[in-house]
Design a protein around this ligand. Structure first.
Ligand code: HPA
Length: 274
């Protein structure tokens, strides 16, 4: 079966659940699940009920699609995502974006946990992603192009929407939160980077490193969906400090970061013009 026939089947299922088409989608990364709590009139669809929808195996990731509204806008929240390092293909990793894009979303808020390469971004702080470096060794658009989704060679010169970054900065100021800005570099993982890789990342212009987001953002750009990327720095990247990295540390810092990100996203959605 073609990948896009699977997407059609997932669309039919969500359609049958009678949900209104979302205008904006939010992907919640590691430890950031609580943003979904503020949705009004939520319709909760466990990932396993949706045909072909990939299920998260990473700790700290729940598996639910929640459709509801926030700030007068129709919102789809993905509580949990899958990663390339889990063994999923890039087509599977970007499957939810293909479904949500086909449902008509105009905007995507993608969140993640990251390691700070730039020492000015302290663990616990939130940054707007201004650009990315795809260092995953592959690209989710490889393969036959579906012209209905987008063109063969999509432009990536404003992968993270400039107006959205400004709107996020305004929302952060209104919430009394400091919002950093940075370039996100994606590695495949699942091993954390070595100190030499982090020195390379810094030399290449990265401020943050992580193992997600770039596939979804690439697919979103392919479909003409505008993106806001928000990253919670959960730790200093390898070699920036002498501490060892653990996933537990990532989740601990993220649960604190979650509140700031939830407030920021809520206000952003409330005020942004789509
Ligand atoms: N590296 C890669 N991914 C991450 C990190 C890191 O240091 N922290 C959280 N996600």
């Amino acid at each position: 079966m073609y990948h896009w026939d699977k997407v059609e089947e997932a669309l039919r299922y969500i359609g049958k659940r009678g949900c209104a088409s979302p205008e904006i989608a939010v992907i919640l990364g590691s430890g950031l699940g609580r943003v979904a709590d503020v949705l009004e009139r939520p319709e909760i669809i466990p990932y396993e009920e949706i045909p072909y929808w990939p299920r998260s195996t990473a700790p700290g990731h729940e598996g639910k699609l929640i459709l509801g509204s926030m700030g007068g806008k129709r919102v789809a929240v993905m509580q949990g995502r899958v990663h390339y390092y889990e063994g999923y293909t890039m087509a599977e990793v970007t499957f939810p974006i293909r479904v949500l894009g086909s449902l008509g979303i105009k905007a995507l808020v993608a969140t993640n946990a990251s390691g700070a390469v730039n020492p000015d971004i302290r663990p616990g702080s939130v940054a707007a992603i201004v650009d990315h470096i795809n260092f995953m060794g592959t690209n989710p658009l490889i393969g036959v192009n579906n012209d209905k989704w987008g063109e063969r060679f999509p432009d990536m010169s404003a992968a993270y929407d400039g107006e959205f970054i400004r709107a996020a900065e305004k929302a952060a100021a209104a919430e009394g939160l400091e919002l950093k800005k940075g370039v996100y570099m994606a590695f495949s993982g699942p091993s954390f980077e070595t100190p030499a890789e982090i020195r390379m990342a810094r030399a290449m212009g990265a401020d943050l490193v992580g193992m997600s987001t770039v596939p979804e953002v690439t697919a979103a750009n392919h479909m003409g969906i505008r993106v806001l990327g928000l990253s919670c720095a959960s730790n200093y990247a390898a070699g920036i400090t002498s501490e060892k990295l653990t996933h537990r540390e990532v989740l601990e810092v993220m649960s604190r970061c979650g509140e700031s990100v939830a407030a920021l996203i809520e206000r952003f959605i409330d005020e942004v013009r789509l």
